[in-house]
Design a binder for this molecule. Sequence first.
Ligand code: SAH
Length: 254
Amino acid sequence: MIAKVWLVGAGPGDPELLTLKAVRALKSADIVMIDDLVNPAVLEHCVSAKVIGVGKRGGCRSTPQDFIHRLMLRYARQGKCVVRLKGGDPCIFGRGSEEAEWLGARGIEVELVNGITAGLAGATQCGIPLTLRGVARGVTLVTAHTQDDSSLNWQALAQTGTTLVVYMGVAKLEEVQRELLAGGLTASTPVAMIENASLPHQRECRSDLANMSNVAQTFRLKSPAVIVIGEVSGQGRVKRECLEIIDSHLSAKG
Ligand code: SAH
């Protein structure tokens, strides 16, 4: 394989959800630069790669983006096959296109490899169809977290009639709930919150929009999680642990 940078999606966590192309890239890699949310189990496909952790989780110690850019560039210029491994899909809230553009502007060949994004994986793992004939004609992927902390127009999103899949939303549930209700989504709109989608320790919790933030607190929902809001979230089998939490929450409210 010629020296270039592969920007590869590692999928949501389950190593079996890797693409064959991702596996091929890992096999050929000299250098693998890996994000926090990537399951290290996927590294079993590496033959002789040096693995460098370059994670940057919200609120934690992080690797500056500029440093990551320069490191990829340095190794690529040495003729090394560099794999930049990101959680989910590299281009869904993953800066894949920014990195591709930065490297491309410096003459480095880049190949982007799809991964299964967490929102799609989480929903499917819980039996929730993000689109459903007669129920949801589309799906909107949205992040609750913005770099400049500006607020999204949730009220407009409430009007789209599509399923909403919220990334990076755990700390913003109260705001999301308030704004979507103010925007006209009904209080009984079903919600599913899925933590560590596709991993053995996946947890899921269901609610309605009016109780979303409180139910998440009772459930102790933690990042990484995706929140699926819309009629389709009433679909699929609901786990017993989840039903008990909803019951206890409703009875606590009297
Ligand atoms: N590029 C990634 C998203 C990175 S942003 C993708 O396509 O999936 C990080 C956010 O993704 C997390 O805050 C969370 O909302 C979501 N996420 C990533 N992995 C997840 C997982 N296994 N389960 C649930 N949510 C996850």
